[in-house]
Design a protein around this ligand. Sequence first.
Ligand SMILES: [Zn+2]
Length: 350
Amino acid sequence: MVTDLVYHESFVKHEMSIGHPESPDRLRSAMRYINDRGLFEGSGLTLLNPTPVKLEEVYQIHGERYLQSIKERSERGGGFYTLDTEVNAHTYNAAILAAGGGINAVDRIMMGISDNAFVLCRPPGHHAEYERAFGFCFINNIAVAASHLIQQHGLNRIMIVDYDAHHGNGTQNTFYSSPQVLYVGLHQDGRSLFPGSGFPDEMGEGKGFGYTVNLAMYPGAGDVSYNLAFTDVIEPVASAFKPEFILVSVGFDSHYNDPLTSLGLTSSGFRMINSKLSEIASAYTSGKIAYFLEGGYNIETMGMGALNLVEELLGISTTAFDDSYSESNTCTEYTKALIDRIRSTAPLLL
Ligand SMILES: [Zn+2]
């Protein structure tokens, strides 16, 4: 396989307050694990240096004044949007390179130059709303890429799977009334975690009704629950939708040792998820899949997860790590009931 790893030094220059969990060390750890495994030498992995996104493409997803406000704050050297989401002198550059890198990645896959890609970027994007920086996010990178695939490549069916621990509110809202983008979110229940949205009754509106599927997982849900979610909901939904391209918001904060969340995945669970996504891509999109980094705040877990993801994309054997966690029966039973509810209400599954 030819896999693009999108990376730019600006991604580690964007930095929020000292001690902020969304830190440059997250990417340094990912690069260290991938490099230590020797994957930059003859494995088919290409380090892709991104080009800045064309602003017109961002304006499909965000307001012009909002984007200019990020630029102005960066030029001034910094500024706050919310308590935990702030700009430094490099944020605007990093954000337009992250969004541009996503477009570079999907363009190369569409042209057949590469098979798949991992956009290893900061800042992340899935919480960013039309005119609102939110939850460490400024430009919604995955939404910009989905819009580009529809408008520039003429695709009609994009499936976005978001398995970051937090609900991808910005991505969901961008395409809430569109039948061209199927948003599937797997995240910790919004009653127990930021941003407090992503419930099963959020299913889209108008022509987009049925094209939003939310699996709000019980705190503590791990490998068993995620396996059920894929077998009983995500694989059937993909079969009904028949995507032409799969985009994934990957967050390693669904791991049991993440400091900000309460889910229960292990590194083996992440490998299972990525392998199932590869199978869905092989079945419907000739393997066309691109991953976008969102969260993940345990630095070692970030590295392990990024390495395993790159190995999966390259189609080589994955490195096993000895982390383990068992979810409670209560979690598994809750997930089964959630799945039953979704299977009896989600329009794509009726
Ligand atoms: Zn997250």
